[in-house]
Write a protein that binds this ligand. Structure first.
Ligand code: ADP
Length: 588
């Protein structure tokens, strides 16, 4: 049974009261019983002595006829008189008569009879064989000329028992009342006596459940003051430890959630026990993935690459890469490490799509540079060789060879200078000078520059630019970008194509667009068009003197200026190349 401190106090109080009452009851019952019995014995003895006096004075014969009438005379209710001869024969009995009297058992061995004969009087309490109830017997000897015997007076002890029962009843009622009184008194006194303990317990419970619980305030001389100060100390230490733990935890959580790498922790059964935001974004996992098996939430490609199939044993540390097809295709690198001191693993995932793409670009670049440089260098070497071997003598042929050498040296020079431009741009060493100037002026200059090339292909470059537009940009950079767009439009579109330079305005921004109605570019090339050496048709590009670096330089130039470039297709056919420009704050 779970009782609080007050309950225990009340219970022990009640128990003590109950035991005290019980002891008092038992003692009282016993003492009263003894006292009543002693009174009764005195009374019975007085009657016995009177009976003896009568017998000794009248001296009737020691026969049934002589003694029974005397017994009947003396034995008025509730008394029972028995006259017993010295040999134990019952001569008279106030309750038994006639034949029954004669058939009565010999009483020589009755304890009261034996005592009376030996000690002058005797008493005992036992069941009456003839009356079948407990009786109190007192016997005294008598002597008369015909002989001697014993006069015995008996009485049922119901009266004693009656008094005892009555007393018990009163005691029970009194006990009940005292218990009730004790209950309320003990309740009150428990309330008072345990108030400090209860206060300390309530405070301790508060301290256990909250770090803001108040301290226990007790007087120094209070019995529980020592305990209270220990509890206060304990609570302070607990609060300090909790604060440290929670600071460490939030630091860990912040670090984990701020990591760009995805972190996934698995237990020994490959159930996800922890994950950060990056892993959720990377693998499109819901927060509910925690608690689920990794097999049920990760894509099949990841499971097989990481060896997470059920039943397979993972190595201590290993890494793997896999592709994700959900959403935009991505390449993920995973490093799986076993936990140190418990079964389970930590998987760190990184999106290496961009890195792999750059790796590929770098590989392509090296291959492209060597390829691009090899062709003109080979031409130079071969032609020089041919000249040295005697072609110099042939004036006409040597001119053809030297012209080819000049062309290829020029091409080599262009590639090298454009590569240098690119590397300077990438290193952001290309100094920009941003000014505000009327856009139409620069557009006019560039269109003028390419006019001849356009005319050779019977093309007209139309300009649709508002003369009032003033932009904020680097004039030289804008010239190079526009020249490149126009050069390409002329180079890669058939004769008599239409080329338009126009602007497109939205909010405070502006797009300068070069649109042609040439063959256009298939959409699969759009994304890569601005990469170095990327050409839709390499043969054609080389033929028209292209290096494949023009748009890559354009992109870097625009970005260095804080702008963007792009391309789109146009209906029904053609290409649209654009560069964004900032409008001047003050209109010219
Ligand atoms: P290139 O030196 O080869 O001209 P660019 O970087 O300037 O290099 O252009 C890349 C490729 O884009 C070109 O090789 C060409 O295939 C394609 N291209 C550029 N502009 C156009 C256009 N207006 N029409 C069709 N194709 C174009």
């Amino acid at each position: 049974m779970n009782l609080d401190i007050r309950g225990n106090y009340i219970l022990s109080f009640l128990l003590s009261v109950f035991v005290a009452i019980l002891a008092a009851d038992l003692y009282l019952e016993y003492a009263l019983g003894e006292w009543l019995e002693a009174q009764l014995v005195t009374e019975l003895r007085r009657h016995a002595v009177s009976g003896r006096a009568l017998i000794e004075s009248q001296a009737p014969p020691l026969t049934h006829e002589g003694m029974d009438p005397i017994a009947n005379l003396l034995g008025q209710e509730p008394l029972r008189f028995t006259i017993i001869a010295a040999d134990g024969v019952v001569l008279g009995d106030s309750r038994v008569n006639g034949e029954q009297l004669r058939g009565m058992e010999n009483h020589a061995t009755r304890p009261e009879v034996l005592m009376a004969l030996q000690e002058g009087w005797g008493r005992s309490k036992h069941d009456s064989v003839s009356l079948s109830k407990i009786m109190l017997y007192v016997a005294v000897p008598f002597h008369q000329p015909q002989g001697s015997g014993v006069v015995r007076v008996a009485m049922g002890i119901e009266s004693v028992q009656f008094v005892q029962n009555k007393l018990r009843f009163f005691i029970i009622v009194a006990s009940f009342i005292s218990m009730l009184a004790a209950l309320s008194l003990s309740g009150l006194s428990a309330q008072w006596a345990t108030r400090t303990q209860r206060y300390v317990i309530a405070c301790a419970q508060g301290m256990a459940s909250s770090i803001h619980a108040p301290r226990i305030e007790l007087h120094a001389n209070d019995a529980l003051a020592g305990l209270a100060s220990s509890l206060n100390l304990l609570a302070e230490e607990k609060n300090e430890t909790l604060a440290q733990l929670s600071a460490q935890k939030s630091q860990m959580v912040t670090v984990l959630q701020s990591m760009s790498e995805g972190v996934l922790a698995l237990d020994g059964q490959h159930i996800i026990t922890l994950m950060n935001r990056s892993v959720q974004e990377l693998l499109h996992l819901p927060a509910s993935a925690i608690g689920q098996t990794v097999v049920s939430v990760l894509p099949g490609t990841a499971i097989s690459s990481l060896g997470l199939e059920p039943g397979r044993l993972l190595e201590h540390t290993f890494s793997a890469e896999f592709d994700l097809d959900k959403g935009a295709p991505r390449r993920i690198m995973a490093v799986v490490t076993s936990l140190h001191d418990q079964p389970g693993h930590v998987i760190v995932l990184r999106d290496v799509t961009e890195k792999r793409r750059l790796d590929q670009i770098r590989r392509d670049f090296v291959a492209n540079v060597s390829h691009e440089l090899r062709t003109p260098v080979s031409v130079l070497q071969a032609n020089a060789q041919t000249l040295l071997e005697g072609a110099l003598e042939d004036k006409k042929y040597s001119r053809v060879l030297v012209e080819a050498m000049d062309r290829n040296a020029g091409r080599l020079g262009r590639i090298i200078s454009e590569l240098l431009d690119l590397s300077r741009l990438e290193a952001e060493q290309f100094a920009m000078e941003l000014h505000e100037f009327p856009l139409l002026v620069v557009v006019g200059e560039v269109v003028e520059l390419v006019r001849r090339a356009a005319q050779e292909k019977q093309m007209v470059v139309q300009v649709q630019v508002d003369p009032d537009l003033v932009v904020h940009a680097d004039v030289e950079v804008l010239r190079r970008i526009l020249t490149n767009f126009l050069d390409n439009a002329i180079k890669y579109t058939p004769n008599q194509s239409q080329i338009t330079v126009r602007t497109n305005r939205y909010q405070e921004r502006l797009r300068l667009e070069v649109v042609d109605n040439g063959p256009g570019i298939a959409p699969q090339h759009w994304d890569r068009l601005f990469e170095r050496f990327y050409r839709v048709d390499s043969g054609r590009s080389r033929k028209v003197g292209g290096t494949g670096l023009g748009l890559a330089i354009v992109k870097h130039l625009a970005e260095n200026m804080g702008e963007k470039v792009g391309m789109e297709g146009v209906e029904p056919q053609g290409s649209l190349f654009w560069v964004s420009l900032s409008l001047a704050k003050r209109r010219g």
